[in-house]
Design a binder for this molecule. Structure first.
Ligand SMILES: NC(=O)c1ccc[n+]([C@@H]2O[C@H](COP(=O)([O-])OP(=O)(O)OC[C@H]3O[C@@H](n4cnc5c(N)ncnc54)[C@H](O)[C@@H]3O)[C@@H](O)[C@H]2O)c1
Length: 252
């Protein structure tokens, strides 16, 4: 039986229809949050909104490309009109590009940095006035184990996720006495559409799974509770922290 650990809170989630985003949105709904769900994928967004309504939660949905400052402003306007407040910002939207330094194309580099890195900053910038007004707010940014250690590939992705880690820490310091906590989540190998092709091709022989002490991919439902903890008042003294959920991948 779920509790109501987010009762009274309004949460905005980006990339909400993806594996981790949807698991988080549904968990937040079961825990009593009112939700603004956003993504670039509009049909899945309408379907997710329907599932969340079926859970009895108050939900609004809007298209949001996180790399667009004007789309952020529009969505924050909707949040202000619809809910009047914002207590939790969850930046989940992300894209991956696998090549290493020499094989990364310039346009792919720009797009990954725009979505993963600039999108996280734009989100905090646009939402911060409402979050500061809340006075008891939490920002949760999605980095990766690839924001902590090198893999020898995914140059743009690693650069963007490393940036999200330190952007979160400096924002945590900047807003610590203004009632806004900022933390980063660092998933390991998680079975979601982002890496499904790799998992379908290689299964548990996938090298990152072989390097994971638990020898399996995680499920999105195993990541969502970290977002719940960081969104809720249970983490009231947690800011500038890294929450690693990787089956032990970075433990050695
Ligand atoms: N799956 C993993 O193994 C893994 C590991 C570490 C970190 N992550 C991170 O977790 C987050 C969620 O990934 P996921 O595994 O659920 O992948 P996913 O592909 O299932 O979800 C990503 C979501 O982001 C959305 N999106 C893409 N570009 C966007 C944009 N410009 N604006 C708004 N939304 C956009 C997609 O439509 C999708 O719904 C990402 O930031 C990813 O980098 C994933």
């Amino acid at each position: 039986m779920a509790g109501q650990r987010l009762a009274g809170k309004v949460a905005l989630i980006t990339g909400a229809t993806g594996g981790i985003g949807a698991a988080t949105a549904e968990l937040f709904a079961r825990e009593g949050a009112r939700l603004m769900i956003t993504d670039v994928a509009e049909k899945p967004l309408r379907e997710l909104a329907g599932r969340i309504e079926d859970l009895g939660a108050d939900v609004a949905a809007a298209r949001l490309d996180v790399s667009s400052a004007s789309e952020w402003d529009e969505v924050i306007h909707v949040v202000r009109e619809r809910f009047g407040t914002l207590d939790v910002l969850v930046n989940v939207a992300g894209i991956v590009d696998w090549p290493g330094v020499e094989d990364t194309a310039e346009d792919a580099w720009d797009r990954v940095i725009d979505v993963n890195q600039k999108g996280t900053w734009l989100g905090m910038k646009a939402a911060m006035p409402l979050l500061r007004a809340s006075g008891n707010a939490s920002v949760i940014n999605t980095s990766s184990v690839l924001g902590l250690v090198g893999s020898g590939a995914a140059a743009a992705y690693q650069a963007s996720k490393g940036a999200v880690r330190l952007l979160s820490k400096t924002a945590a310091v900047e807003y610590a006495r203004q009632g806004v906590r900022v933390n980063s989540v660092h998933p390991g190998v998680i079975a979601t559409p982002m890496i499904q092709e790799l998992l379908d091709e290689q299964g548990d022989r996938q090298p990152d799974i072989q390097r994971t002490p638990m020898r399996r991919a995680g499920r999105a439902e195993e990541i969502a509770p970290a977002y719940l903890f960081l969104a809720s008042d249970d983490s009231s003294f947690v800011t500038g922290a890294e929450f690693v959920i990787d089956g032990g991948l970075t433990a050695y």
